[in-house]
Design a protein around this ligand. Structure first.
Ligand SMILES: [Zn+2]
Length: 215
């Protein structure tokens, strides 16, 4: 909550709110004013590893839920121990779940690598899921961007594989903000996805980053 209220002792806070004569730039990258919002979603140094770890956890959680629902046999039952494999197939081979796989398209497309792809071979459907943890203020903008980004590849897959294809964005703010459409998007994805649990995973990741930087 302190992070949501921007009430943490960042360098910007110390310099501008407490009004002391210190420098307000980020202690890691020295590029921006060190505000809570910037630390949790916009620091290029943290982007290299810390943001990826947080995002990977949310992806793994979704992936685990999908596997359980579609009847993929898992080594670990808890999502937090789950390490997704590149390709998973449900028992009986009805559903294939791809993880972090590039799709070969005829036209060059930079956005051809969704986080998770669910192919239902029986129903002839394909779902592309792309996950992002964004700044809380940018959740709606990010969602719109992601939808646009995956439009071409959705059409391309539909044409190449002859399956009904849908792209689903899963965008969670760093301190848990979700859009009004979030429920609708996530409820389209197979599996028992608790919104609260997805938010919690993002928030725990953010809390971890903040502790690491500020303490
Ligand atoms: Zn920085």
């Amino acid at each position: 909550m302190a992070a949501q209220d921007q009430a943490l002792q960042t360098k910007y806070y110390v310099a501008k709110i407490l009004n002391t004569e210190t420098d307000s730039k980020c202690r890691l990258c020295q590029q921006f004013d060190e505000t809570t919002g910037r630390i949790i979603s916009a620091c290029p140094i943290l982007a290299k590893e810390q943001y990826i770890k947080r995002y990977d956890r949310v992806c793994a959680q979704l992936h685990c839920n999908i596997c359980k629902e579609t009847g993929v046999q898992l080594d670990k039952t808890h999502w937090y121990e789950h390490v997704p494999k590149s390709v998973e197939t449900s028992q009986g081979g009805k559903v294939t779940i791809l993880w972090n796989q590039q799709i070969q398209t005829d036209r060059t497309n930079p956005n051809n690598k969704p986080d998770i792809i669910i192919c239902d071979n029986e129903k002839g459907t394909c779902m592309l899921i792309h996950v992002a943890i964004s700044g809380d203020r940018n959740v709606i903008k990010k969602e719109a961007e992601e939808i646009l980004k995956y439009k071409d590849v959705t059409i391309e897959i539909q044409r190449m594989w002859n399956v009904k294809t849908k792209a689903i964005p899963v965008i969670v703010g760093a301190t848990g903000t979700i859009s009004k459409s979030f429920r609708r998007y996530v409820s389209n994805i197979r599996g028992n996805h608790e919104f609260k649990e997805l938010q919690k995973t993002a928030i725990l990741g953010t809390a971890h980053i903040l502790r690491k930087v500020l303490m």
